[in-house]
Design a protein around this ligand. Structure first.
Ligand code: DAH
Length: 347
């Protein structure tokens, strides 16, 4: 092997060793640079005769071209490797299955609440929301439960380790009834001093809490409070309105309503509302769905209204109970266990 062939082989070996473009350019300088091996060989021709120069020059040129070709091939190879590495690093496997979005749905209790809101809205009622952590005054005293009166133990209440301005513990509201007073107070304030006050017509649905837990009671449950106060609102209006509501809610006229005398401190007279379906699996049995009554004059006063002028009725219905009856659910706890096998049936 002559010296030029060896040079070409050495160049190829040096280029092959270069693993990055910068190394390759250094290797190139050794062979093709201004003081590289090829330039040296050219300079070495100075003493040769014209004939010798011709053949020697041609041979050196062949070697130079071979080295340049090897350089370009290696450059291309390095560029390809770099591109491939980048493609590998950024690879997207388009054959992976996509992530499925499971269709969600409303909880049956939320569904029942939406129905209730829609029906009462259509009857001209406002829908109001209120605090779940209440003061003693709103949960009890304003609703005509005198302090220390045994009627307070009608509910076993959760208390919060925080005190209100009077130094009394806050409570998790045991019913939505405090919203009667909150809403009516705001309404009365808004129209104070005006000759005419529009009727108060509101429902207030939401979560309520009691120390209670079995197949039909949960420590957290849902109620919807209703209130209609005006200058001439009577029990008759309650009966007509509640019958309309219950028929719309269950989508049937084939049911009866019964008012059964009862006691609540905030109403006088007071009544439980029972319904009876004429058809279906629950037919023929009276089912309790709501407490109700004519708002007690003391409560009207606590609302900031004159009980000689304003009168009306209120009701408090269990949303969970209405949902159980509508969807045929026999254990309240199913609503709150979060079992998808149960919940997905309502989608
Ligand atoms: N707050 C009562 C309860 O939780 C339900 C109730 C009864 C609400 C009569 C009312 C009412 O507005 O008039 O048991």
């Amino acid at each position: 092997m002559n010296e030029l062939d060896t040079l070409v082989d050495n160049a190829k070996a040096a280029f092959a060793q270069a693993s990055a473009p910068a190394d390759l350019e250094n290797a190139k300088a050794q062979f093709l640079g201004k003081s590289g091996r090829i330039t040296e060989l050219m300079k070495g021709m100075a003493q040769l005769s014209v004939e010798e120069k011709k053949s020697r020059g041609a041979a050196i040129n062949v070697a130079k071209q071979a080295i340049e070709a090897a350089l370009n091939a290696r450059r291309q190879q390095l560029a390809d490797e770099e591109l491939n590495a980048q493609l590998r690093a950024e690879a997207l496997d388009v054959t992976l299955p996509g992530r499925r979005r499971v269709g969600g749905g409303l909880h049956p209790v939320a569904r029942a609440q939406e129905r209730i809101e829609a029906i009462f809205s259509s009857m001209g009622f406002d829908v109001a929301d209120g605090p779940e952590i209440e003061t003693d005054w709103y949960s009890f005293t304003s609703l005509n439960n005198p302090p220390n009166h045994p009627a307070r133990s009608m509910q076993d209440t959760f208390y919060v380790d925080m005190k209100d301005e009077e130094g009394l513990l806050l409570n998790l509201r045991p019913h939505t009834s405090p919203m009667q007073v909150r809403y009516a107070q705001a309404h009365a304030k808004k129209y104070a001093g005006q000759a005419h006050m529009p009727d108060i017509r509101v429902i207030a649905p939401g979560r309520t809490y009691r120390v209670d837990s079995d197949a039909t009671h949960s420590p957290m449950f849902h109620q919807v409070e209703g209130l209609w106060i005006g200058e001439n609102v009577s029990f008759k209006d309650l009966k007509v309105m509640y019958l309309d509501f219950i028929r719309a809610f269950f989508e049937t006229d084939a049911l009866k309503l019964r008012f059964r005398p009862s006691y609540f401190p905030f109403t006088e007279p007071s009544a439980e509302i029972d319904i009876m379906f004429e058809h279906g699996p629950l037919a023929g049995r009276w089912l309790e769905v709501s407490g109700s009554g004519q708002v007690h004059p003391q409560v009207v006063r606590n609302m900031g209204l004159d009980p000689e002028r304003y009168i009306g009725f209120a009701f408090g219905s269990g949303i969970d109970r209405l949902a159980m009856l509508r969807y045929g659910v026999n254990d309240l706890r199913l609503f709150f266990d979060g079992d998808l096998r149960f919940l997905s049936q309502f989608q």
